[in-house]
Design a binder for this molecule. Structure first.
Ligand code: PEP
Ligand code: MG
Length: 609
């Protein structure tokens, strides 16, 4: 089973969350896990089918006179199968490519292999059984040999043998080959197993994705799915039982899971991921291996913001300088209860593993305001964004915080993770949060569980109070991360979720820029790194300005990463500093926008700002 941000549904161990939590338990999304065999995202109506049904073969004793006739039937079937395979090969060569067409050579070779005929004739002539039964037994023996081979590639060839067996038996038994109905256009095919010929013959628009209970990484059906760009999950246990034809599916062929009839939260997440993928695919691919460095040689750390495992996969493939913000809310959101320590440990460790020596900053659960958990009851508050949220909320529910901290700390024993606290209001919050870390460490120590005693601890600057207190907060922690999404709303007293107030929610407000400059200077003066992880960091129109204000570390959504890298690589630091200096003297949003535009008159990215 692949690792994921979603603990197994079958794991009945409940999390150590709020005692109230179980009371309001809402229905959790149904998720199936699989192994990614062909990457990509697919959505559509499920079509559950039996594409590789195991043929039932009846054994019949035959007379001596019949034996020769049975072998003639076998030879004729081999001939027909050979013709069918050659036809398929030509079709694939035309539709997909020469290399992919070559995969049918394996079946052609097996078909013509004298040992196949020998195995069949021994059973038919000496064992006096009908040819279908002889073919079935011969293939069982040959498949058993392949399945035991050490080399996974050759082991996988057992799937070719299975296909060939089915083809020969179909011919011998007069069944129509591949008589499987095809899903309605754009649907997701769900099956126990599929034939490579089935994928080969499929109109590529017919299906958007495939979910299999069996299958293999080097099975030819997989190779063809990859070549056709069809997302494919294999080894998705009980998929044909749990999914019904017509169910709406999201196939996450990045992290290896299928969401069955997902709700709006998950749909929104995947809208975002889809947009990210599109952005990434369209251009800028050439930048992936280039460093994030300005024209005058200043290196900038360009990390990624992630929520789900799929984001981590994408960030790693784009060579992110680690994870600057791991929003762990998603780990909790896809559940109907609090995930246990063990479940969280597995999810965080899997993510950290993708980044080896690069740091992964794990932010502790940041719920409240617009981020709610279905199973965690919130009291009705007149101003939820000014109410119970982030670190404040966790401090009021120490059992939730402790479980999560223990999980992160245990990962720190083997991986480079850091702990980040959201919505810090002042020194008191941080001191209490640090005490929770110390207490979690002590409990792990008592149990003999390993952790990194000097794990990095950071504070988010998301409230004006925290921003003003940067210098004093610096004494308590190792690094800062500025959440401009919240900082802008609190500084400008404008709800970040309100469309009516959108014109007031202005990151280029002079107060915001002055506050950013203030935090950057104060953090630097106290030897602490400071990164920006709010959406501002992911807007290439702001990159030059943010670098000029003193920021050397940005964390952005994976889909924005290459655009930002491109903006960094076209920035000249002395010019950026000069621009920031000028902008900090301006008093209105319009003046700032005009100044930014004048600094990059040909930059189309500034048109919308
Ligand atoms: C922010 O507020 O800028 C931030 C990164 O946190 P979130 O968007 O998750 O609230
Ligand atoms: Mg925030």
């Amino acid at each position: 089973m692949p690792h994921s941000d979603v603990p197994s549904e079958n794991d009945s161990s409940s999390g150590q969350g709020s005692p109230d939590a179980s009371r309001d338990a809402a229905k959790a999304p149904l998720i199936i896990f699989g192994e990614v065999a062909s990457t990509g995202l697919a959505r559509g109506a499920a079509f559950v089918c039996d594409c590789l049904d195991e043929a039932v073969v009846l054994r019949r004793t035959i007379t001596a006179e019949e034996t020769l006739k049975e072998m003639e039937r076998f030879d004729a079937a081999v001939l027909t199968a050979g013709q069918e395979l050659l036809k398929l090969k030509m079709q694939v060569e035309r539709d997909i490519g020469k290399n992919e067409a070559g995969i049918f050579d394996a079946q052609l070779l097996m078909l013509q292999d004298p040992s196949l005929r020998r195995e069949v004739s021994v059973r038919c002539l000496t064992g006096m059984v009908n040819v279908e039964s002889a073919v079935d037994a011969a293939f069982a023996k040959l498949t058993a040999i392949f399945v035991r081979l050490e080399d996974p590639y050759f082991r996988e060839r057992a799937s070719d043998l299975r296909e060939l067996r089915k083809r020969l038996l179909d011919i011998l038994m007069g069944r129509k080959p591949a008589a499987n109905p095809v899903p309605t256009e754009g649907g997701v095919l769900v099956a126990a197993q599929i034939l490579s010929s089935f994928i080969a013959q499929l109109d590529s628009k017919a299906i958007s994705g495939v979910v299999l209970e069996k299958g293999g990484q080097t099975a030819h059906a997989t190779i063809l799915a990859r070549a056709r760009g069809i997302p494919l999950l294999i080894r998705a246990a009980d998929a044909t039982q749990k999914i019904r034809t017509g169910d709406r599916l999201i196939v996450d062929g990045l992290a290896g899971r299928v969401f069955i009839n997902p709700g709006p939260v998950i749909l929104r997440e995947y809208d975002q991921l889809e947009a990210n993928l599109r952005a990434h695919q369209t251009a800028l691919k050439g930048l992936i291996d280039l460093p994030s460095v300005t024209t005058d040689g200043v290196e900038i750390k360009l990390a990624a913001n992630i929520g789900k495992s799929a984001d981590a996969v994408m960030a790693a493939s784009l060579n992110a300088d680690g994870i600057g913000l791991y929003r762990t809310e998603f780990v909790f959101l896809v559940q109907d209860r609090f995930p246990s320590e063990e479940e969280q440990y597995t999810v965080y460790k899997t993510t950290a593993e993708r980044f080896s020596s690069r740091e992964v900053v794990v932010r502790v659960l940041d719920i409240g305001s617009d981020k709610l958990l279905p199973y965690f009851p919130f009291p009705l508050e007149a101003n939820p964004s000014l109410g119970r949220r982030g670190t404040r909320l966790l401090l009021a529910h120490p059992e939730i915080l402790r479980t999560q901290l223990r999980a992160i700390l245990r990962v720190s024993a083997t991986h480079r993770v850091a702990i980040l606290f959201p919505m810090i209001g002042g020194v008191e919050d941080l001191v209490a949060a640090k005490a929770a870390i110390e207490s979690a460490k002590a409990s792990l120590r008592d149990e003999g569980k390993a952790f990194n005693a000097s794990v990095s601890v950071g504070a988010m600057i998301e409230t004006p109070a925290a921003a003003i207190m940067t210098a004093r907060l610096a004494r308590e922690i190792d690094f800062f991360s500025i959440g401009t999404n919240d900082l802008v709303q609190y500084l400008l007293t404008t709800d970040r979720t309100s469309s009516e107030l959108a014109s007031y929610y202005e990151p280029l407000h002079p107060a915001v820029l002055r506050m950013l400059a203030f935090v950057a200077t104060a953090a630097k003066a106290h030897g602490k790194t400071v990164s920006i992880c709010g959406e501002m960091a992911g807007n290439p129109a702001f990159t030059q300005l943010l670098l000029g204000l003193g920021f050397r570390s940005l964390s952005v959504n994976p889909g924005e990463m290459l655009e930002i890298k491109s903006a960094i690589r076209t920035t000249n630091m002395p010019q950026a500093e000069e621009l920031a200096k000028r902008i900090l003297e301006l008093g209105t949003i319009q003046e700032i926008k005009d100044c930014l535009r004048a600094a990059a008159p040909n930059d189309p990215r500034l048109v919308q700002h």
